[in-house]
Design a protein around this ligand. Structure first.
Ligand code: ADP
Ligand code: MG
Length: 375
């Protein structure tokens, strides 16, 4: 708009000749309503007008949600006054054209403003789409967690019953069983306990990721925790003729602040892996050491070793590496992921290294229980 009727008409003609649809007004008080009704792609605004000046009109356009996005180009003779230009841009104007208006300049500036407007439109459409996708994803994830939690809870009890019944069967509580039947029941129990461990792991993972896992921390002896974890795997190690050797100063206590059951779970997982990925008849060496206020457990096997490229990923949920268990054992890729999160919660770290002479060495270090007289 321009308050000079002749200039207004000339501009209108120029723009119409270029193929633009033009709505013109000489009254600054009309502009906001006009823009609201007509929804133009760009507004040309004279700065010096009687009544409300161009800057004020621009501010009003920018203040309304329905008109704020329309780019405004100011027309003004006051081109020498840098302050006026700055004022125009500051109140939300896109651009500035000085009078007398040069047709090529005006058209170029209009095209530039339209281009920017187009990009902005595309961007906000894409943004809205992304937000929508994000919401969908969040909803899916919530539902997914809910299903997983429900399924795991509901599976736990019947699995425990299966273990119980099969134990009774094997012990002959329902009549004599042949050696072949005992063998089958034993296999059955291995599979059921594998299923139970998956369910338990899924539930642990769920509460770890929710941050709702409760730890019962107290002063514990890491040496005795380690011994308990090793004993849990005596049978599996014997079956595979893998020797589990503990290298630790005999009787030496190593106090840590820990949830005992969870720490047994951590070490048990790492020892289970060492047995699982070790070739039969190879030793698994377990060392316990205290150094600079930290307690170190190292579990080293003579297996294939974990490739460098997989050493970060083994801690991701469900990641199963290129190494396969050496005797048909099973896994769901949850062990190390839970190990790492539990060790983190105990203020420690898990490191995968090469074992001396080949194989994997998993090192866990934890802070030694802090008392006044210990380091
Ligand atoms: N001691 C090990 N020796 C070789 N590879 C291992 C060892 N421990 C773990 N891995 C590799 O890391 C992967 C992830 O381990 P884990 O999270 O315990 O899952 P799972 O044992 O159920 O496959 C395994 O699939 C295996 O490829
Ligand atoms: Mg494992």
């Amino acid at each position: 708009m321009d308050d000079d009727a002749d200039i207004l008409e000339i501009l209108r003609m120029v723009l119409v000749a270029e193929g633009y649809e033009v709505v013109a007004t000489a009254l600054s008080s009309e502009v906001v309503t006009l823009v609201e009704c007509e929804r133009p792609d760009v507004v040309l605004l004279d700065v010096a007008m009687p009544g409300i000046d161009g800057f004020e009109v621009c501010k009003r356009l920018k203040a309304r949600a329905s008109t704020s996005e329309v780019p405004v180009i100011f027309l003004s003779a006051q081109h020498r006054n840098a302050e006026v230009i700055a004022q125009g841009l500051e109140c939300g104007g896109h651009d500035y054209v000085t009078k007398p208006v040069q047709k090529p300049e005006l058209l170029a500036r209009i095209r530039a403003a339209l281009r920017i407007r187009l990009y902005e439109n595309e961007l906000s459409l894409k943004n809205a789409h992304l937000e929508e996708l994000n919401d969908q994803l969040k909803r899916l994830l919530e539902r997914h967690e809910e299903y997983l939690g429900m399924a795991s809870h509901d599976l736990r009890a019947p699995l425990m019953s299966l273990v119980g019944y099969s134990g009774l069967l094997m012990d002959g509580a329902y009549g004599p069983v042949s050696p072949k039947q005992v063998q089958i029941i034993r296999r059955f129990r291995i599979l059921v306990s594998y299923m139970s461990s998956i369910v338990a792991n899924l539930l642990d993972l769920e509460s770890l990721e929710r941050g709702s896992l409760r730890l019962y921390m107290q002063r514990e002896d890491l040496a005795s925790i380690l011994t308990e974890a090793i004993e849990l795997h005596g049978l599996a190690a014997d079956e595979k003729e893998v020797s589990l050797a503990l290298e630790a100063a005999p009787g030496a206590e190593l106090p840590i602040n820990a949830d005992r059951n969870r720490m047994v779970q951590v070490l048990s997982n790492v020892i289970a892996n060492a047995i699982k990925y070790s070739p039969p008849k190879q030793p698994v060496r377990i060392a316990l050491q205290r150094h600079n206020g930290r307690a170190f457990v190292r579990v080293a096997d003579r297996g294939p070793g974990i490739p460098l490229s997989e050493r970060e990923r083994v801690f991701q949920p469900f990641f199963q590496g290129s190494n396969r268990p050496s005797n048909g054992e099973k896994g769901a890729g949850l062990g190390l992921c839970i190990v790492k999160q539990l060790v983190d919660l105990h203020g420690g770290q898990v490191l995968i290294q090469d074992a001396l002479g080949g194989g994997t060495c998993v090192e866990i270090d934890l802070p030694v229980f802090a008392t006044d007289d210990s380091s």
